[in-house]
Design a protein around this ligand. Structure first.
Ligand SMILES: Cc1cc2nc3c(=O)[nH]c(=O)nc-3n(C[C@H](O)[C@H](O)[C@H](O)COP(=O)(O)OP(=O)(O)OC[C@H]3O[C@@H](n4cnc5c(N)ncnc54)[C@H](O)[C@@H]3O)c2cc1C
Length: 120
């Protein structure tokens, strides 16, 4: 591949994410140059090579730069959900706790706070 360096088929975990008989596949790629249109074209070219029978449709392309990371803090290295202020907790990407990433990590952090509060 020229650019694609990861693919995951999310319908393996949740088939309801696509109509019956179809799969939802997410493809990830590095953006190596400043020419975003060229980078996207290379990624689409990779998809053509990977799925030569053309039985797929591209639903969405999203891109982000180094100043806009997917995660601000790596799993397990954040400050945690407690604060020095009584009854004030933090949830979100900066307070995920160990073992989670992205939105699933945010949900784990919320779960930890709910346990601490004795709810849920
Ligand atoms: C390109 C990209 C793709 C992603 N793809 C996925 C994915 O496929 N699956 C997945 O699970 N996760 C994905 N993520 C990660 C996911 O978006 C984050 O983990 C999640 O949004 C974090 O939620 P949050 O509420 O902690 O922070 P955010 O969603 O960043 O919300 C923080 C909010 O606080 C506001 N804010 C900041 N400073 C202040 C201030 N001083 N005063 C008031 N408001 C302020 C911001 O404007 C923002 O609205 C992706 C992220 C990016 C960037």
């Amino acid at each position: 591949m020229q650019r694609i360096n990861g693919i995951n088929e999310v319908t393996n975990a949740d088939p309801s994410l696509a109509p019956p008989g179809k799969h939802l596949v997410m493809s990830h790629q590095a953006v190596v140059s400043d020419d975003l249109a060229h980078e996207i074209a290379l990624g689409l070219g990779d998809l053509k090579k990977l799925f030569p029978d053309k039985k797929y449709e591209v639903l969405l392309i999203q891109s982000y730069s180094g100043g806009w990371p997917v995660n601000r803090v790596s799993s397990g290295s954040d400050i945690g959900y407690r604060t020095p202020v009584r009854n004030l907790y933090i949830v979100g990407d900066g307070a995920k706790g160990k073992g989670g990433i992205e939105v699933e990590g945010v949900a784990l952090g919320v779960g930890n706070v709910m346990k601490e509060m004795g709810v849920g």
